[in-house]
Design a protein around this ligand. Structure first.
Ligand code: ADP
Length: 398
């Protein structure tokens, strides 16, 4: 069985074709500048096929999908003989609100429900819907499945997801914590249990997804019980460019002081804050590491704040779960930056965490970076959201 995994953005579309017999990625790629001009980078991962990296006209997502199918089935670049070999499509959908606690087969009713979640993710859900419709237009009756970023967090208890606002805003408007990166937290926590050789139902795990956007999740006996992102992905930890948790009074103060509109203010909080805002250097942790090593104090402060916040939120999750068996680091920063992992893990001395410095230098694989006598296991697990989407798609169409 071969499954195409699609992650559609407003002007981009990422894809992978996965062979479910081996779970090998046969080809992957990225369409960019959809609606502007269009560019496709298609990378086959089977021998003897060439990379395609050229401009292709993509006035809409339908042309983008058609270009992807064309390349996947081409003798020169392709990895299958015809579209008939693609058994199903799995779509990443950002927001499933309270309607979706798991992945679902896409039907007309499901499309309506995803549309109803647009107010919660006004930039992402419309792009995801466009991607689904474009696939349906080009691929006809091939079964399609939606996998939601928010679904894994639907097991949170009300005490964790409610905001202390007048209750009517929850009842009438769905204002609550939803959380994001759920597919990633789900993948790394289940992989963590596999690596520990224990059922996930016996474990308490803190999962740290640290990339450009970052969030933590508390996973108690396989179920998410808390997560640091909220109604939107703006809150929780300081991120590349997002501010994380912030006193709402600051917003009123700055808007009054500088006459910002709410859009201008949110643009500052989303795009100009985080480690970029504090350091004035970059949102990229590699640049911050370099600047800090050269003595840039604000770059060091931004890094210190990030480490502190991860440790502080993780500590609150240990309290929420009344213990922890394993801590997992994942995503761009978590997978690649040994110094970041070491700096955060230093805060976990009270838990009996001990890091193996040599293991912490390794990259690019599942690694246990705690020492054998560490009371809590610490892992680096490269996330694989596409594989989760493909597996859910396989299971649902079966
Ligand atoms: P996104 O949230 O956009 O999916 P990723 O998970 O791909 O992001 O993470 C991207 C981030 O990973 C970059 O901003 C960069 O700071 C960080 N990163 C990648 N490699 C390294 C590295 N070697 N050291 C530190 N940070 C890294």
């Amino acid at each position: 069985m071969k499954i195409l995994v699609i992650n559609a953005g407003s002007s981009s579309l990422k894809y992978q074709l996965i062979d479910m017999e081996t779970e090998a990625v046969l080809a992957k790629g990225l369409c960019e500048r959809i609606g502007i001009d269009g560019h496709l980078k298609h990378t086959p991962l089977v021998e003897g096929r060439e990379v395609f990296n050229e401009d292709v006209a993509m006035p809409t997502h339908s042309e983008a999908i058609a270009a992807v199918i064309d390349k996947l089935t081409s003798p020169q670049y392709g990895v299958v003989n015809s579209m008939k070999e693609i058994d199903a499509v799995g779509h990443r959908v950002v927001h499933g609100g309270e309607k979706f606690a798991s992945s679902v087969l896409i039907t007309d009713d499901v499309m309506k429900a995803i549309e109803e979640c647009i107010p919660f993710a006004p930039l992402h859900n419309p792009a995801n819907i466009t991607g689904i419709k474009a696939c349906q237009a080009v691929m006809g009756k091939v079964p399609m499945v939606a996998v939601f970023d928010t679904a894994f967090h639907q097991t949170m208890p009300a005490k964790a997801y409610m905001y202390a606002l007048p209750y009517q805003y929850y009842l009438s408007n769905g204002v609550r914590r939803y959380g994001f990166h759920g597919t990633s937290h789900r993948y790394v926590s289940s992989r963590c249990a596999e690596l520990m050789g224990k059922p996930i139902e016996e474990l308490k795990i803190v999962s740290c997804h640290m990339g450009n956007g970052s969030s933590l999740a508390a996973i108690d006996h396989g179920k998410c019980v808390d997560t640091s992102m909220g109604f939107t992905p703006l809150v929780g930890l300081p991120m590349g460019t997002r501010c994380g948790d912030l006193d709402a009074g600051v917003i009123q103060y700055l808007m009054n002081k500088y006459g910002y509109s709410i859009d201008e203010m949110l643009n500052i909080l989303n795009k100009k804050s985080g480690v970029l805002g504090v350091s004035g250097v970059s949102s990229d942790f590699r640049d911050l590491d370099k600047a800090a090593a050269e003595g840039n104090e604000r770059a060091q402060l931004a890094l210190d704040m990030f480490h502190y916040w991860v440790a502080k939120v993780a500590g609150s999750y240990v309290a929420a779960m009344n213990g922890v068996d394993a801590i997992v680091y994942t995503a761009g920063v978590g997978e690649n930056s040994g110094p970041t992992r070491a700096a955060i893990s230093k805060y976990f001395g009270y838990l009996g965490v001990k890091i193996d410095e040599e293991a912490n230098k390794k990259r690019g694989e599942d690694i246990e970076i705690s020492t054998p006598d560490s009371k809590v296991k610490v892992f680096v697990i490269p996330t694989n959201e596409e594989l989760v989407i493909a597996r859910d798609t396989r299971d649902i169409i079966a």
